[in-house]
Design a protein around this ligand. Structure first.
Ligand code: ADP
Ligand code: ASP
Ligand code: MG
Length: 496
């Protein structure tokens, strides 16, 4: 069996769903299980709806629901025929009725928008998309069985970023899918799960990739395919710099390092369930199924390029923490990581070297609320409006040359190396956020001027709809002049 996961853009319209049906049909002999994201940007819209409800904005909340309802009915109407449409519309109708009840309870009866309610609201996206896709497969001549993912994916109760209970989920998946797949292709929504008490949870933004991987491990799949809007893992995010190349293959470790450093094409935890059974993960472009994509596998061929790809996190505030006494940076970093988790403010980046700890949050995070308490006095410098770039490749192998080459390539940009002394396959740098694109372009030029054809493939100009236009070098340089980095002291509570 294989798992085929289709992301938001791969189910965003009736045309996209028709392509999905063709793609699934072409691999029927491999007995696929299909995992889908919400249609297009539905999750964003549902979370906007929740925010309107929280602010008491009845009109805006209703407007949001009406638009989402029109969108879903439109797509359903185009993919389903008359027999199926009636049932599908009744089910969609129920979902929107439930969402309107939630809106009224929040606005009129003071129901609190808790993380649990946010999960409940967000879950409707994948619940509805999976029903639409199952109907589309049936109509396309592919027998399909829809299942509510919340019955199969069990998680802890950390709402909005729940962790899967892997073994319990595997047991349920193994049993249910072997039984259901007799009836056709099993279709389920990604991203959503439930606690043992039956409360709806979500796995964090982008979590459908993780669902696919859990399903793959649960059924011991031969392959887990992630169908998305790019040709595979590229040497850099095409939204940041368009001249990247496709990687033919990557190791599990490289893929995991890239995903956690910001390569959004994979959810950071996707690799974990696949590793134990050495299941290949393959990233493919749903608009261009002829392209082979990127295979993520246990061992990859030797590569003459030490760096395989550059990942980035754009809008961050980076705390540079220096212990003044003999305190061990490793211990302090571990304590900080634990504390961020406890306060529900996961760090975007955390590493330490012999003297310094770097801890980064999204600029929007209210990190000031964190009581940074560490044993021993520390000095903290705050780097607001920063970005972190991470170069990844097994060829980096802990050598200092890559850091030196990077700094030389970025000589006109105030860049700081942040890497952990322990990391062998990654080097991270902090640059001003306004210099992100220019830095990626310069580093790309430095490390990918020549590429190993065994590992990289030329990538035609990326035709991702909605790509933001890139500023020219001159534009990004100009904005850098206007914005300088600010250094502000942060209040630090010391224990002694
Ligand atoms: P989906 O909705 O299919 O899950 P995502 O938007 O989550 O798709 O992930 C695909 C996006 O990941 C691409 O459009 C691209 O902008 C982004 N991305 C970031 N880094 C990379 C990279 N190194 N290679 C390819 N895509 C990347
Ligand atoms: N729909 C969810 C999100 O937008 C999950 C996913 O697409 O992977 O985050
Ligand atoms: Mg995604």
């Amino acid at each position: 069996m294989i798992v085929m996961k289709f992301g938001g853009t791969s189910v965003e319209s009736s045309d996209a769903i028709a392509r999905l049906v063709r793609t699934v049909n072409s691999q029927l002999a491999r007995r696929p299980v299909v995992v889908v994201s919400a249609l297009g940007k539905t999750t964003n819209r549902l979370l906007e709806f929740a925010e309107h409800a929280r602010r008491g904005e009845l009109y805006l909340g209703s407007k949001c629901l009406n638009e989402l309802q029109d969108y879903h009915f439109d797509v359903a109407g185009q993919v389903a025929n008359r027999e199926v449409l009636h049932q599908l519309e009744a089910s969609l109708q129920r979902s929107f009725r439930d969402l309107r009840v939630i809106l009224s309870e929040v606005v009129n009866e003071g129901r609190e928008v808790t993380p649990a309610l946010l999960d409940e609201i967000a879950s409707f996206g994948e619940r509805m998309s999976s029903e639409i896709v199952a109907a589309a497969l049936e109509i396309g001549g592919v027998p399909a069985v829809h299942v509510d993912a919340r019955q199969l994916i069990l998680t802890d109760d950390r709402h909005t970023h729940a962790s899967p209970l892997y073994w319990e989920s595997y047991a349920k998946l193994r049993h249910a899918i072997s039984y259901l797949s007799d009836g056709g292709v099993v279709v389920l929504g990604g991203f959503i799960g439930s606690t043992k008490d039956g409360l709806t949870t979500t796995l964090g933004r982008g979590g459908s990739d993780l669902t696919a991987s859990i399903v793959g491990a649960g059924i011991s799949a031969d392959e887990i395919q992630i169908w998305t809007d790019v040709d595979g893992m590229l040497t850099c995010d095409p939204r940041v710099f368009r001249g990247g190349h496709r990687l033919r293959s990557l190791s599990y470790q490289e893929a995991a390092a890239l995903a956690s450093a910001g390569a959004k094409v994979l959810h950071p935890d996707t690799v974990t369930p696949a590793v134990r059974q050495r299941i290949p993960l393959v990233i493919r472009n749903s608009r261009r199924p002829a392209v082979e994509g990127t295979r993520i596998i246990p061992a990859v061929p030797l590569c003459s390029n030490p760096v395989k790809a550059i990942a980035c996190k754009p809008d961050l505030t980076v705390l540079e923490i220096r212990p003044r006494d003999e305190s061990d940076p490793a211990q302090i970093a571990a304590a900080l990581g634990e504390m961020c988790g406890r306060y529900g403010m996961p760090a975007e980046f955390l590493c330490h070297n012999e003297r310094t700890i770097f801890l980064a949050f999204k600029s929007s995070t209210r990190y000031q609320n964190l009581p940074i308490e560490v044993a021993g006095c520390v000095e903290v410098r705050l780097h607001s409006e920063s970005s972190i770039l991470t170069l990844v490749g097994e060829g980096i192998d802990g050598t200092p040359q890559i850091a030196a080459r990077s700094l030389a390539a970025l000589k006109q940009i105030p860049a700081t190396i942040l890497s952990s002394s322990g990391s062998k396959l990654a080097v991270s740098l902090m640059v001003p956020a306004t210099e992100l694109r220019r830095s990626v372009e310069l580093l790309h030029h430095e490390f990918f001027q020549r590429i190993d054809p065994m590992v990289f493939a030329e990538c035609p100009d990326v035709d991702v709809e909605g790509l933001q236009p890139l500023p020219t070098l001159a534009e990004s340089g100009d904005s850098a002049v206007r914005t300088t980095r600010r250094f502000r002291p942060l209040r630090v509570v010391c224990q002694n």
